[in-house]
Design a protein around this ligand. Structure first.
Ligand code: CMP
Length: 142
């Protein structure tokens, strides 16, 4: 068993019918889904989720985008999960993303970029807790 990270398939991914394709890509790269569910972010949760970007010029548009539809939240597990997921999804701007990465293949622009991944270990734990309860993270049993 490796460590865990939070992955969110954003509203543009759901709208474009790309949940399956993106999950296939992640599974091919060795990620296991530990827990998963559809979520609808309220404005309050979206603002909290992206609180590090508060004050940035793109913040309001970003929050509006994130509340425009549902997202698919996943706790993913793998060795070096945090670092590896960042690598596999590619740069924030799909124009700068390496060939073969998820954003290179599917993302439209810097904002509508299909997928989110925690950027470091401590944020992964904070972000997982924002969406998943203890019960949903339990090792065995219901
Ligand atoms: P994500 O990996 O979810 O983390 C922060 C998000 O803010 C990022 O993906 C983009 O969706 C968005 N973002 C970051 N920089 C910009 C930018 N310059 N313009 C628009 N959106 C941005």
């Amino acid at each position: 068993m490796g460590n865990r990270t939070l992955c969110l398939l954003k509203p543009d991914c759901i709208e474009s019918g790309l949940i399956g394709a993106v999950i296939q890509h992640l599974e091919n790269d060795g990620f296991k889904i530990y827990s998963a569910k559809m979520v609808y972010m309220t404005r309050e949760v979206a603002e909290e989720f992206y609180s590090v970007h508060k004050g940035e010029s793109f913040f309001v548009d970003l929050v509006n985008f994130m509340v425009s539809g549902r997202s698919f939240a996943m706790v993913l597990e793998r060795e070096n999960a945090v670092e590896k997921l960042r690598e596999v999804i590619g740069a924030t701007d799909p124009k700068e993303a390496k060939e073969g990465t998820i954003r290179f293949k599917y993302a439209e622009n810097k904002q509508n970029n299909i997928i989110h991944a925690s950027d470091k270990e401590e944020n992964a734990e904070r972000e997982i807790r924002l969406f998943f309860s203890n019960k949903e993270l339990i090792e065995n049993g219901m």
